[in-house]
Write a protein that binds this ligand. Structure first.
Ligand SMILES: [Zn+2]
Length: 538
């Protein structure tokens, strides 16, 4: 076994789901953290064979068989190691490499790189709290980071001078260059990261493999990352995954956001299952890593054009990974905000609402087809149909692919080809139901304080309340009564705005450029909320 490159077998374990591979032979049922089935290695009727996807091994409590994805194939198919990995490689779509053992020297080298990265991180962490790091510290605090968060994510500051090149002057230059921390210039070694807020990037084993540095003086690009090195492959690394791994399993889903700060804020405010790609480019490798735990992903993007584009791209990448039990959804944060802003201004409940109301992939794809082409003409419909067909073809699960085809066929018939289109949906401006307590209070106020009833007559008349019914007996002064009516009026106004916003948001999703209108509504909502707050405080 030692003859094989550990990287390749790691890659296989990374790419393939143990549960997928085993469930081809043994039906598995999820119970708690593990999957259970009847052991393929001994005869039994009650399942005692458990599979732990996260840890990547199976264990039979009946006969004691134990192993990982490779040993499962070897034992269950009675084949040797090489045959097993050849078979698994085919399943993972990987080419078999020429096998060489990983030289001891290389292992030692990598260990030394990890050490350099960790030492460098210590230096950056210290600098953040020294006078030089003041701007960086102020910035990160302003973004809502607590000391605990700074510590947990090992955030630091790379000063303007060549601190790493100088501190590690006794080290072999090659090692320093290989970590990507330093580069060689005409005047010797210099630091790659200077005057940057530093976010370390960890691998799944919590080792630092790279850094992401944010500029502090407004210069572009905002973020620079370590270039690819022996330790770090940008395409295969997801920011925050080491912290999110367990939560992704527990929540049975992952949330993908666009930025690193967003990911950290989400993780610390109720969504520990959140990760972010590095830079904006989401790759197949990223999805493969997430799908190892489960295939339920919520992509959360900004509501602007760039966010829409990113979502369309994510959709393309995720389609081959879909299975019948997958739940892939798209959430958009509107009003020019990102998840970080939402958490800060409106808190976790607002973010949870956005996540809960995410659009399922089947609807998102449909809205892309409808927004991208003029479906009121035969030519446009043909283009939209081709677009959908092209997307559906990416689904590798054939039953699911058929189901998508049927679904869209029915939608095409019902919305594109109908003789008579149902009239445009009218925004519902009817006032929502009034509960009994509110109703009784209003009846009381109207009867007790006719001046107030007079002043707010139009509003009260529209509530649909029968004011001649029995007047309840209450204890409420005139001032409080008026406050009550005004706040009720404001609440109804807010409900109306929210329903308008919901409608606009769905139009935004179908590609209309109405961000300004939504911003406007958000402004009105803020104003109304402030008025209510003032009303309560006086
Ligand atoms: Zn067994």
């Amino acid at each position: 076994m030692a003859k094989y490159d550990r990287n390749f077998t790691d890659e296989l374990r990374e790419r393939l789901s143990l549960v997928d591979v085993i469930s081809r032979r043994v039906p598995l049922v999820k119970k708690g953290q593990n999957y259970w089935g009847c052991c393929p290695f001994h005869n039994e009727k009650t399942p005692s064979f458990s599979v732990n996807e996260d840890k990547g091994f199976y264990h039979c409590f009946g006969c004691g068989e134990h192993g990982d994805i490779i040993s499962f194939v070897m034992k269950s198919e009675n084949v040797d190691f090489k045959t097993a990995i050849t078979e698994l490689a085919a399943q993972a779509g990987l080419k078999m490499p020429d096998y060489k053992p990983k030289p001891v020297e290389q292992v030692r080298r990598e260990e030394s790189y990890y050490q350099i990265m960790s030492d460098a991180c210590d230096i950056y962490q210290k600098k953040l709290f020294e006078p030089e790091g003041e701007t960086a510290l102020n910035y990160i605090k302003k973004r809502g980071f607590t000391d605990d968060m700074i510590k947990k994510y090992r955030i630091g500051y790379a000063p303007k001078n060549n601190i790493i090149a100088n501190k590690f002057i006794n080290l072999k230059q090659d090692a320093l260059l290989a970590t990507g921390l330093c580069r060689r210039g005409d005047f010797g070694m210099y630091d790659f990261f200077r005057d940057k807020l530093m976010f370390p990037i960890f691998n799944a084993h919590n080792q630092i493999v790279a850094f992401s540095g944010r500029s502090l003086d407004g210069s572009e690009p905002k973020y620079i990352n370590t270039s690819d090195t022996e330790l770090f492959h940008k395409r295969k690394t997801i920011f925050g995954f080491n912290f999110a791994r367990d939560a992704i399993h527990r929540a049975n889903r992952s949330i993908v956001v666009e930025g690193q700060i967003d990911a950290i804020q989400m993780q610390c405010h109720g969504f520990p299952e959140t990760v972010a790609p590095l830079g904006t480019a989401l790759t197949e490798d990223h999805i493969a890593i997430l799908c190892k735990s489960n295939r339920n992903i919520i992509f959360c993007f900004d509501g602007d054009a760039a966010g829409q584009k990113a979502a369309a791209r994510a959709c393309d990448i995720v389609l081959p990974f879909l299975r019948d039990a997958s739940e892939v959804k798209f959430a958009f944060v509107t009003g020019g905000k990102d998840p970080d802003d939402v958490l800060k201004t409106s808190g976790e409940p607002a973010m949870r609402k956005t996540i809960d109301q995410a659009t399922p992939l089947v609807d998102f794809l449909w809205s892309l087809a409808n927004a991208g082409f003029n479906v009121s003409t035969p030519g446009g419909r043909t283009q939209a149909e081709k677009f959908l067909k092209q997307k559906i073809e990416k689904i590798t699960d054939s039953d699911l692919r058929n189901e998508y085809e049927h679904e869209y066929d029915s939608r095409k018939f019902n919305t594109w080809h109908k003789w008579k289109k149902s009239s445009q949906k009218i925004i519902n401006i009817e006032l929502p139901q009034i509960d009994d307590i509110t109703k009784n209070t209003v009846i009381f106020i109207v009867n007790k304080y006719p001046e107030i009833a007079e002043r707010y007559g139009d509003f009260l008349a529209n509530l649909g309340i029968d004011f001649d019914s029995n007047t309840p007996d209450m204890n409420m002064g005139e001032k409080s009564a008026e406050k009550y009516i005004v706040s009720l009026k404001l609440q109804k106004y807010i409900e109306k705005l929210q329903s308008e916003k919901k409608d606009l948001t769905s139009r935004l999703l179908s590609g209309e450029d109405i961000i300004e209108e939504i911003k406007n509504i958000d402004k009105k909502l803020d104003e109304a909320q402030q008025k209510i707050d003032t009303l309560i405080s006086i």
